[in-house]
Design a binder for this molecule. Sequence first.
Ligand SMILES: Cc1cc2nc3c(=O)[nH]c(=O)nc-3n(C[C@H](O)[C@H](O)[C@H](O)COP(=O)(O)OP(=O)(O)OC[C@H]3O[C@@H](n4cnc5c(N)ncnc54)[C@H](O)[C@@H]3O)c2cc1C
Length: 393
Amino acid sequence: MTGKSVLISGAGIAGPALALWLHRHGFDVTVVERAPAIREGGQAVDFRGAAHLAILERTGILDDVKALQTGGSELRVVDAEGRARLTLPESFTGGAVEIERGKLADLLYRRTRDRVEYLFGDSIAELTETADGVDVRFEGGTRRRFDLVVGADGLHSNVRRLAFGPETDFVKPSGYHIALYEVPAHLAVQGASELYNQPGRGISIGGGDGRAHAMFVFHGAEGPADHRDTEAQKRLVRETFTGLPWKTAAALSALDEGRGFYFDSISMVKMDRYSKGRVVLIGDAGYGATCGGMGAGMGLVAAYVLAGELAAAGGDHTVAFPAYEAQIRGYAVECQKVAGNAGLFLAPRTARGIKLRDRLHKILTRPFFIRFLDKMSRKAAESIDLKDYGVGV
Ligand SMILES: Cc1cc2nc3c(=O)[nH]c(=O)nc-3n(C[C@H](O)[C@H](O)[C@H](O)COP(=O)(O)OP(=O)(O)OC[C@H]3O[C@@H](n4cnc5c(N)ncnc54)[C@H](O)[C@@H]3O)c2cc1C
């Protein structure tokens, strides 16, 4: 039991998972989240391979995740009339177990909320490192001191900006953006996802459990300068997709009231180092890929490793942070490779590109290739040996 105090910025997936493990190891944990509550929203995130399943089990949430899991769904690439031109089986997109991102975030929060201090609706305004701690000023005005600070605040990490420098130094955009929100259930084929494309634009609608989500992916347009300007993001989605056939108009008409709106650029975070003094990054903040890079599994694995190394080093960050990075960097790089460019897959830029993708997928959906691709993504998900840090559920 170290009794050291740790401030985590961000209550997405990696933040609450780290809070859970740090608390088990005897740390005193505070989580600050800018949103007023745990953010719902997002589509299904999947877990695949032995390392992910072992982490879900060790974290103590495997049964709950299984109970809440969404059935995987096949992906039908459709034409303007909704006729399937190509069907990718569920094994092409899903993992061993899938759960809606919002449900996973909520589950991790419920597991920690009685043991960990959560500060909602606030954010770190200033970090000043001293010889024996980090002085933190919050936007709400409070000042406190912590032994360590962790940035688990996603692609646009505030801690990364404060401790390492401007976002543009580390976030490499692909030119694609993604938007997600809930649409009326009748728009979806339950148990399947459909994808309609025009060059540089893709709209997918998928459903399960009597609900439906729309996903818009597009290339070329500049995102709003302020990544938190939801109104400008919705305007951009509307401008980019208005006039497209299929179910586009119906999905756009749910844009204003659609629950769980999420918008971001599809980008990769590349950092030379994940820590600086008493500050360390975890999850998307340090090595995110927006989508396709198994970010949820990565966040859970990284939380286990960072907390375990801190415990093993008796809270000495000068030992624990390099040990964490030594284990996680290779894993993060493999997962980012799998993410590749999800935008290009979901919305090829030209009509020729769309045809090529479809032709390629007709080949890739043959059983041999399905097995091969599954093996490749499991290989990335398993490219880490999990140490035993000696604390059970
Ligand atoms: C609403 C939402 C929906 C998503 N949907 C999908 C999806 O459908 N598919 C997919 O593959 N991935 C999705 N993602 C990304 C996915 O959650 C991550 O790739 C992965 O789970 C790693 O999680 P993370 O905890 O590192 O980051 P995130 O899950 O992005 O969590 C970061 C958290 O930090 C908070 N935060 C940001 N800035 C501050 C600040 N200044 N102060 C305090 N807190 C801050 C955010 O509000 C958020 O709760 C989504 C993320 C969000 C936030």
